[in-house]
Design a protein around this ligand. Structure first.
Ligand code: NAD
Ligand code: UDX
Length: 467
């Protein structure tokens, strides 16, 4: 079966870039990305490519090539579902904030709405692809809804799981050249036909050897497992960073030494102020919840430690600022370089910066932030979401700057929260001259030149390195 029309429900960080790349690589397939968020769709359609709702290096070029040719962004969800033979569901699956499983389980209400909408609209057979990250066995719930809530005139649905492994900031490179593409489906003849249809889409640019097909439950669970393993590496190195600070070992040297062991490998061993992003915490909590549901308490506790370590890492970074600044930051200006959860993205979900800022605001510090890609309103929304204090208080306590030198002017300390490359190239002498003395730098990403900063006169603290 050759796919000619694809619909993707959800024009977010995954749906947008993923579909843009499919459209660019498969000019014969019409790809329509739909969303209920009108502003988001308008931004995807903006002539000015700097206004795309997702910032990713290289995304603008891909969109410029495919948009209007075979890539379309629209709010007409029913129409796109009706036209497509294959429908990707790429909506958000956040942690539940209410009811059973609150604070742990994935909230599947948006997924269910999509399934119901597909069932209602479909007039012919459809392949429905889970692109969102979902708890293992969600496909059976989706299948149930599709088979039992539609108009019941013999329409057949095949469900595939095709989790997305892109990382933000490198989404386009990851999509163009993925380590693997994972496709899970039914082991029946119809299931295998559906799998093959999706394999053929990816085979336009991904070598066959990198396209892995499995049963549907393995595919669903592999996504949660991959994120749990990746996050665990960060928590493991962050745990060692604290021990390094106490013992005089340097966490970067330790990471290099262990990473040269081919069984461990060098990637994802960068100690930091704590991992953020929309996926790691949410997916581990979901995994913990699933394990608990099956009564696997040891499994649940094991993975929950990854989150606990991460919370500790964020908190101890803030605590260290307070204790180093003579146990009080009340009324002191602390400049933040970076608010995004990592470099090269405008995404701030679960960014460590939010939590560090919250702790410092509790200590009555004046937090001044500069981030090259995150807009002011996003920062306030992130703080307001924590519900720690009134919105006006957040606006009073946190100030946002368009210029890094202004953010740092008169500051008692600078905290580096995101590893943006540009921060390394700043005129640090100029920054030092305009700061309160002693001038402190807390490098939560270990990116600055320690030697140079110390020569200038900074008191420099780097995560994972003793004083
Ligand atoms: P997002 O919040 O950026 O985008 C989701 C979009 O879906 C939103 O624009 C929302 O308006 C839309 N939506 C929700 N319900 C809808 C409905 N009924 N009809 C139409 N549109 C609807 O989320 P995201 O970051 O793109 O993540 C999507 C999924 O992919 C999640 O399950 C996530 O875990 C997974 N994932 C994310 C990443 C990542 O790096 N962000 C990577 C891999 C997997
Ligand atoms: C992650 C997974 O990597 C990706 O495969 C999945 O599809 C979505 O979740 P993402 O969250 O976008 O991607 O970025 P990632 O590069 O994994 O970084 C996550 C967080 O961990 C960031 O805050 C990053 O700064 C931090 N991190 C990462 C470290 O602190 N140290 C590292 O060595 C690597």
């Amino acid at each position: 079966m050759k796919i000619k029309n694809i619909c993707c429900i959800g024009a977010g960080y995954v749906g947008g870039p993923t579909m843009a790349v499919i459209a660019q690589k498969c000019p014969d397939i019409k790809v329509t990305v739909v969303d209920i968020n009108e502003a988001r769709i308008a931004a995807w359609n903006d002539k000015d490519l700097s206004k795309l709702p997702v910032y990713e290096p290289g995304l603008d070029t891909v969109v410029a090539e495919a948009r209007g040719r075979n890539l379309f962004f629209s709010t007409e969800v029913d129409k796109a579902i009706d036209e497509a033979e294959m429908i990707f569901i790429s909506v958000n699956t956040p942690t539940k904030t209410y009811g059973k499983g609150k604070g742990m389980a994935a909230d599947l209400k948006y997924i269910e709405l999509c399934a119901r909408q597909i069932a209602r609209v479909a007039k012919d057979d459809k392949i429905v692809v889970e692109k969102s990250t979902l708890p293992v066995r969600t496909a059976s719930a989706i299948k149930n809804i599709l088979d039992n809530t539609g108009n019941g005139n013999g329409i057949k649905f095949q469900i595939l799981s095709n989790p997305e492994f892109l990382a933000e900031g490198t989404a386009i490179a990851d999509l163009m050249n993925p380590d693997r593409v994972l496709i899970g489906g039914d082991t029946t003849a119809e299931g295998e036909e559906a799998i093959q249809a999706l394999v053929d889409v990816y085979a336009s640019w991904v070598p066959q050897a990198q396209i892995l097909t499995t049963n549907i439950w393995s595919s669903e669970l592999s996504k949660l497992t991959a994120n749990a393993f990746l996050a665990q590496r960060v928590s493991s190195i962050n745990a060692m960073s604290e021990l390094c600070e106490k013992t005089g070992a340097d966490v970067n040297e330790v990471a290099k030494a262990i990473g040269m062991d081919s069984r461990i490998g060098p990637k994802f061993l960068k100690a930091s102020v704590g991992f953020g992003g929309s996926c790691f915490q949410k997916d581990i909590l979901n995994l913990v919840y699933i394990a608990k549901t099956y009564g696997l308490n040891e499994v649940a506790d094991y993975w929950e430690q990854v989150i606990m370590m991460n919370d500790h890492q964020k908190r101890r970074f803030a605590d260290n600022i307070v204790s180093t600044l003579y146990n009080t930051v009340s009324g002191k200006k602390i400049a933040f370089l970076g608010w995004a959860f990592k470099k090269d993205t405008n995404d701030t979900r679960e960014s460590a910066a939010i939590y560090v800022a919250d702790d410092l605001l509790n200590e009555q510090s004046a937090v001044h932030v500069y981030d090259p890609k995150v807009v002011e309103e996003r920062m306030y929304a992130d703080l307001d979401y924590l519900n720690t204090r009134a919105s006006e208080e957040n606006r009073k306590g946190l100030k946002v700057h368009q210029d890094p030198y202004e953010a740092c002017k008169g500051a008692h300390a600078i905290a580096v929260l995101t590893e943006w490359d540009a921060f390394k190239t700043y005129d640090w002498q100029k920054i030092y001259n305009n700061m309160q003395k002693p001038a402190f730098v807390f490098d939560g990403r270990g990116i600055l030149d320690k030697q140079k900063l110390k020569e200038i006169g900074f008191v420099y603290y780097k995560i994972g390195e003793g004083a």
